[in-house]
Design a protein around this ligand. Structure first.
Ligand code: 8YV
Length: 319
């Protein structure tokens, strides 16, 4: 039987490409560019499966135009907000993602952003790097202490729980909002809040870990920023769509927020120049899961899903 044909839409890790090439007939986008809707539609007529990243958009309009040859989209991402799931389902296309394997790497970036935002990492680095560091005083670059502070987590799924585990190493008091309350075993002493609004007043640091959906888009708006304790710090490693960036800017300018740490933005790639003007916003270019180990694990998880599908089994991560 001929091997299924798989389009790998971005340059995945070498180990992933080696395994994919061993088991499938593979077409790799070696240019590593983001494909347009027309390019995705054109490729769908040549392949049985696609492994895309969050950068390839499968909107309802794209889904309607996909070639019937395409049977499965095995995402190399845990987030699937770039896929219109009902529209793909209506076309009979199976969609999978890569949960679990990126939780620790993403939680590490959340920790980096939280610490960096709290302790003036951007300004401090700039001062030393540019030779502008010509002064020291006990009142110089005084930050906000993370140890023992209250951490609010919105979305206590795999990444949220991984971040809570790491934050416990800093003796943080964990508060969370989640659609469903966790079991006491999963909570590990964290305090549950039945709404985001209830949570916010308890969050000296607030970290977002929920998916971007129509319900969570613009979740952090002006009203929500106003409910945070004055001088709170926002961390976002989930999706840019969760934050109203105009409201974030206003909260930084008013001092309602002392700082923010962001790995994702409404516009990606690119970010937001108005936010970039503030050194108390520590920013990274969507690299939460970008470690060698995690990239391999994400690629392998996507391939595990393909293997199951083409062996006639339900993929573990079918959505
Ligand atoms: C990835 C992500 O870098 O998994 C996700 O949802 O946003 C990131 O971890 C990206 O999607 C890789 O495809």
């Amino acid at each position: 039987m001929p091997k299924p044909v798989v389009w790998i839409a971005r340059r995945l890790s070498d180990a992933t490409l080696d395994r994919a090439t061993r088991d499938y007939e593979v077409i790799v986008n070696t240019d590593d560019t983001v494909s347009t809707a027309d390019q995705i539609v054109a490729m769908s007529g040549k392949v049985d499966a696609i492994i895309p990243c969050h950068s390839e958009h499968f909107s309802a309009e794209v889904a309607a135009r996909l070639d019937p040859r395409l049977k499965i989209i095995a995402n190399h991402s845990v987030g699937v907000d770039h896929c219109d799931l009902p529209a793909l389902k209506a076309r009979g296309i199976v969609v999978t993602n890569t949960p679990d394997v990126l939780s620790d790497a993403t939680a590490e970036i959340a920790m980096l952003l939280m610490l960096g935002a709290a302790r003036h990492a951007v300004e401090g680095d700039r001062l030393v790097r540019t030779g502008a560091w010509d002064f020291w005083s006990p009142s110089f670059m005084v930050g906000k202490q993370v140890t023992g502070a209250r951490l609010g987590i919105v979305g206590m799924g795999r990444v949220g729980q991984a971040f809570a585990r790491k934050a416990r190493g800093f003796d943080m008091e964990i508060h969370y909002y989640n659609r469903r309350r966790l079991t006491p075993e999963q909570e590990q002493g964290a305090s549950y809040h039945a709404s985001v609004e209830d949570l916010l007043g308890h969050a000296d640091f607030l970290s977002l870990h929920c998916p971007a959906t129509p319900e969570t888009t613009g979740l952090m708006n002006a009203d929500c920023f106003a409910l945070l304790p004055k001088g709170a710090v926002l961390v976002n490693t989930a999706r840019g769509a969760l934050v109203d960036e105009g409201a974030l800017l206003a909260a930084i300018q008013s001092g309602r927020l002392a700082a923010a740490g962001l790995d994702c933005f409404q516009t990606e790639p690119g970010g937001n120049p108005a936010l970039a003007a503030h050194e108390n916003i520590f920013m990274l270019p969507h690299i939460g899961s970008a470690t060698t180990r995690t990239r391999d694990a994400m690629g392998f998880r996507a391939l595990d899903n393909l293997d199951a599908f083409f062996a006639g089994r339900a993929p573990k991560d079918q959505l």
